[in-house]
Design a protein. Structure first.
Length: 157
């Protein structure tokens, strides 16, 4: 991909984190109208808190990983290099994975099965809206380097 053409990155037009937030919000509204809760809510709340803390720390780590690599974390901006170390050696999309974990954590914290159910449509919409475009963009820009990475590392885990 020619450098002058690479001014918009993967051309993702909708911020992927908003997908998770919108679906969590809608699921919580559904929970308020038609409550569907977990048993053992207190214990699950502690698990949710730990998961939320861990996911937030993971996102912070990923943010600094992108800064150290001097590349953009936002999918609508150009990528200067592929990050393949750290958690990227195990997941090609650890940021989206972290948002899935945050959704699960919030579901446990608010004791809502509906919020938990929001994870799958969120992940699917992120795949359709962002990941597919990102994969095409990275394959065009980095060629065989990205294709080799893609063969070695799974999309989610």
């Amino acid at each position: 991909m020619a450098q002058e053409k690479d001014i918009k990155g993967a051309a993702v037009r909708f911020p992927p984190p908003l997908i998770f937030l919108i679906l969590i919000f809608l699921a919580f509204l559904l929970h308020l109208a038609l409550p569907l809760s977990f048993p053992f809510a207190e214990w699950l709340g502690y698990l949710g808190s730990a998961l939320l803390l861990g996911s937030t720390l993971l996102l912070a780590n990923l943010f600094f990983t992108f800064r150290r690599a001097k590349t953009h974390i936002e999918p609508w901006k150009p990528t200067s290099q592929i990050i393949t170390t750290g958690i990227f050696a195990y997941s090609r999309n650890p940021i989206y994975l972290a948002f899935c974990l945050i959704s699960i954590a919030l579901a446990l914290l608010v004791n809502s099965v509906w919020v938990l159910f929001s994870v799958l449509p969120s992940a699917y919409l992120v795949y359709v809206i962002a990941i597919k475009k990102e994969e095409v963009y990275l394959a065009e820009k980095f060629g065989e380097d990205y294709l080799n990475y893609k063969r070695q590392v799974r999309r989610w885990l």
